[in-house]
Design a protein around this ligand. Structure first.
Ligand code: NAD
Length: 421
């Protein structure tokens, strides 16, 4: 495919038949016929059996594609695995608006994860802390002996920090091992290192090691996205002002911030799942980061620039990998990474944060104008129609009537179904 036509800007993607959509994605991402067949395949039972315990079967959720994304000057089609309607449409629409002003621009820190080693029952806490720092080189060497592959790729344990914490059961030391995990999510890598260090740290401190595990508050692995949303495309500067009024509640009120951040995670989780990453890890990190000032607040910020356009920024930890974990085992996760055309975990994080910002913009934009229900109604009506027993063409007919009436209720769906049968 020539570079000129490789754009993710596609109008009316939702209107074309599924087979046509697959053809577009196949061409954009240079997929093989075998790759494309995966879209409608099921996970092999033997893979499922290896992934978890007590396997019975698999559980499907839809996989879709968000279009229009321009991130750091590169076009992306973003695979999203999600059960909630309207999310992919909203992200695609936000990306279309962001494109007008050059799309999303991102910044990313090094992929540094933190492992925690808790040491208790120490007689001389301050002295022990000093001794640990004095043995830093030996400690880092032992950590790096655990993962030669990671070290070969330029990663590995890079630093350590010593924290003295007080608790109801007395003082303790918590060693933070800082590990560059390169293109991995890093949990296994870091946990293995932390466990290996326990005997050495007990010997150095004379204390007893208890917990040895990474923290999901990966606040040394931060990714940021920024985008400018055109005021005219939003409907005028008064809409930008309305948006900012809505946003400000999320900045000051945890009740609103929780929902605001949930909207961000609608997008991020869908990508995280599609690429076989650990969405609980990303969720935990995001919400802990949102509380870092002591009050839970919005992960994104918005302001108006001198031109009257809306500027949105999102910053959060993003512990994602393109090697290791389920992402290397699940054939659809491998396919989704191919669709994205990403080469590094950093690039995946940058796509993720941009998607989160798009999703957040779309939700607050809708809330500031027509409200959130309008976008949800059509698919919601179809679900209600199915619940009422509609099948085939009836689903669309029942849903259309309910949307026109503005009354989407199960009892009304049942009535309409009786009328049209
Ligand atoms: P992993 O151990 O499967 O893969 C990482 C390893 O791959 C590295 O240690 C390295 O040896 C190797 N590797 C090869 N090429 C590499 C490259 N280019 N860059 C980096 N490493 C490379 O997986 P992981 O990422 O260490 O751990 C992720 C898994 O851990 C996820 O499945 C997650 O669900 C799980 N987990 C999470 C938590 C948590 O979040 N609290 C806790 C335990 C386990």
């Amino acid at each position: 495919m020539s570079k000129e036509i490789k754009t993710s800007k596609i109008s009316g993607f939702y209107k074309i038949p599924i087979a046509e959509r697959v053809k577009i994605v196949k061409k954009f991402s240079d997929l093989s016929n075998e790759d494309a067949r995966l879209f409608t395949s099921y996970l092999d039972m033997d893979i499922a059996e290896r992934m978890i315990e007590n396997t019975l079967g698999t559980f499907e959720i839809p996989l879709g594609i968000a279009v229009n994304f321009l991130i750091n000057g590169k076009d992306y089609l973003i695979p999203m695995a999600i059960e909630e309607s309207s999310v992919i449409a909203a992200a695609s629409n936000a990306a279309k608006i962001a494109r007008i002003k050059d799309g999303f621009k991102t910044e990313c820190s090094e992929p540094l994860m933190i492992g925690q080693i808790q040491i208790l029952h120490i007689n001389d806490i301050a002295g022990a802390a000093k001794k640990i720092l004095g043995k830093k080189k030996e400690i880092l060497n032992l950590a790096n002996d655990q993962d030669k592959v990671l070290v070969k790729f330029g990663g590995g344990a890079k630093d350590l920090e010593v924290r003295i914490l007080d608790s109801p059961i007395g003082k303790m030391i918590v060693v933070h091992l800082i590990v560059d995990v390169r293109d991995a999510m890093g949990a296994n890598a870091v946990n293995t290192m932390c466990e290996a260090l326990a005997p050495m740290l007990e010997e150095i401190t004379g204390g007893k090691v208890r917990l040895r595990i990474l923290t999901n508050l990966a606040d040394k692995r931060i990714v940021k996205a920024k985008a400018v949303f055109d005021k005219e495309k939003m409907g005028g500067e008064h809409i930008v002002d309305a948006f900012l009024e809505s946003y400000n509640l999320a900045a000051i009120d945890p009740y609103r911030a929780a929902t605001h951040n949930k909207g961000i995670m609608n997008g991020i989780d869908a990508l995280i799942i599609a690429t076989g990453n650990d969405f609980r890890a990303i969720e935990a990190g995001a919400h802990a980061y949102a509380s870092r000032s002591g009050q839970y607040t919005s992960l994104s910020t918005y302001h108006k620039n001198e031109n009257g356009d809306l500027v949105g920024e999102l910053e959060l930890p993003m512990a994602v990998g393109i090697v290791g974990g389920a992402g290397n085992i699940h054939p659809k996760a491998i396919l989704c990474k191919k669709i994205l055309g990403i080469k590094t975990a950093r690039e995946l994080a940058e796509v993720g944060v941009s998607l989160g910002l798009a999703q957040n913009f779309a939700a607050v934009f809708a809330l500031s104008t027509v409200g959130i229900q309008k976008g949800h109604m059509s698919l919601h009506a179809k679900n209600i129609a199915v619940m009422a027993g509609a099948i085939g063409d009836e689903i669309e007919k029942v849903a259309d009537i309910m949307v026109k009436e503005g009354k989407i209720k199960l009892d009304r769906a049942e009535e309409i179904l009786k009328e049209i049968r």
